[in-house]
Design a protein around this ligand. Structure first.
Ligand code: ATP
Length: 425
């Protein structure tokens, strides 16, 4: 049995309106039916563009977000249904490493204090001397000197601070670590070092990882299995090698085509798929396939009406698309014109590209500067969307404060105080 199994997990945030936000006028469907499983000792990489629900899903596993529906079975226990007091014992075994190491480390605490806080709360080490010894051991494991103990977060570089974040998770002897964008705040030169460290620790300590990233390159080497998320749901899942060798879902193809290839000849020849339009608002997701409004292969039939389930395609992939086989057989055409016009602003280029696409599955689209991975923007739609935006912005503030508190104090008595307090200066 898998160590961690998510079964149709949904996290819907209510959109409130009114003077005291007492009227629910809609929902943000941040996570909308995700099922996945992670074997002990393995790494599951979760990728997708900003706003698709990756962080919310990670937080839901730790019950830092309420789970609207579905199951989160960890080591045989469904955490989603666990009373919060019973969740405490599991919190130690499931840890999170955050994107912004500085933001999640209290600048007024030295490293010993930061690391021993959670240990004391979970009864690890009989006294401070014993805890100090353990901390020294973990600091060595993450590649920091033992004199780091008495120093403060600002005295370290970004990479070192992320090592401290990892050490803070490790002192609690977890089984699973959820790494939320663990290297995206770091210099490229440091990113590989931290990824390598995570891999070494996994091997020596038998850890299981859920690694969340918007960047496919980050998860490629570390992950055994990769799940690609779009607007609250998984669109494709496959073993890492299989996914890179042959992405099957149109969205995965588009993401892959945006990753630069070091060989300029290959780079020039390769297929580029440009997504048109913005990421729809999770408060007002499209009916049918969530991706159909941006899919280059969208068909008039069921794409707009039926949501495709994530189905095993028999070659190690699971894909949520009504037309995977037809796209690969070249029996459905790309409808690229709108996308190319949007990117280049020229109808001529669009017409040429459509001509090229006749009878071909893989279409060479003229290089354009706009990346396929566009930053998520919420289109102005109906009032409900505007309300959702407002709620999301507020939620983001709350989320940051919660994140710091949950991370820094691990359920200690002052967690709530910190979550409500002003950001650490
Ligand atoms: N507490 C909340 N209340 C309302 N909406 C929320 C809340 N937390 C997140 N959201 C919204 O849910 C959606 C998914 O957010 P989430 O942070 O999980 O995405 P993500 O893929 O991790 O993106 P990023 O990498 O930018 O963090 C976004 O539209 C976000 O604004």
């Amino acid at each position: 049995m898998s160590l961690l199994e998510l079964d149709d997990v949904k996290v819907h945030f209510p959109v409130k309106k009114g003077l005291f936000f007492d009227r629910t006028v809609g929902h943000v469907y941040a996570v909308d039916g995700v099922s996945l499983s992670i074997e002990a000792g393995q790494t599951y990489g979760l990728v997708g563009e900003s706003g698709c629900g990756k962080t919310t899903l990670g937080r839901a596993v730790l019950r830092l977000n309420d789970i609207t529906d579905g199951g989160v079975v960890f080591d045989g226990t469904d955490l989603a249904k666990l009373p919060s007091e019973e969740m405490r014992a599991f919190r130690r075994r499931l840890q999170m490493v955050f994107q912004d190491p500085l933001g999640s480390l209290n600048p007024r605490q030295n490293i010993e204090s930061i690391l021993s806080e959670g240990m004391a709360a979970h009864g690890i080490g009989k006294d401070q001397t014993e805890r100090r010894e353990k901390i020294k051991d973990i600091l060595a494991k993450v590649g920091l000197p033992s004199n780091a103990l008495s120093r403060y977060p600002h005295e370290f570089s970004g990479g070192q601070r992320q090592r401290i974040g990892i050490a803070r998770a490790l002192v609690l002897e977890p089984d699973v670590i959820i790494c939320d964008e663990p290297v995206s705040a770091l210099d490229v030169s440091v990113q590989a070092q931290v990824i390598n460290l995570l891999e070494e620790l996994q091997e020596s300590l038998g850890l299981t990882y859920l690694v969340i990233a918007h960047d496919l390159a980050v998860v490629r080497h570390i992950s055994d299995v990769i799940g690609v998320m779009y607007l609250g749901g998984l669109v494709e899942e496959a073993p890492s090698d299989a996914l890179y060798a042959k992405p099957r879902h149109p969205y995965t193809k588009a993401l892959m085509s945006a990753v630069p290839v070091p060989d300029p000849e290959v780079e020039d020849r390769r297929e580029r798929i440009l997504l048109h339009g913005d990421l729809p608002s999770p408060a007002n997701p499209p009916a049918g396939c969530r991706f159909h409004t941006r899919c280059p292969w969208v068909q008039e039939t069921k794409c707009a009406t039926e949501r495709p389930p994530l189905l095993d395609t028999g070659d190690g992939h699971k894909v949520a698309c009504h037309f995977t086989a037809e796209i690969e057989a070249g029996t459905v055409k790309q409808t690229l014109a709108t996308g190319i016009e949007a990117v280049t602003g020229t109808e001529t280029v669009a017409a040429e590209a459509v001509e090229v696409s006749e009878g071909e599955t893989e279409t060479e689209v003229p290089a354009a500067d706009a990346p396929a991975k566009e930053p998520a923007t919420v289109p102005a739609q109906a009032d409900a969307d505007a309300d959702a935006k407002e709620t999301e912005a507020k939620a983001a503030d709350v989320k940051d404060a919660e994140k710091e508190a949950a991370d820094a104090t691990e359920e200690t008595a002052d967690a709530t105080e910190k979550a409500e307090g002003s950001p650490k200066a």
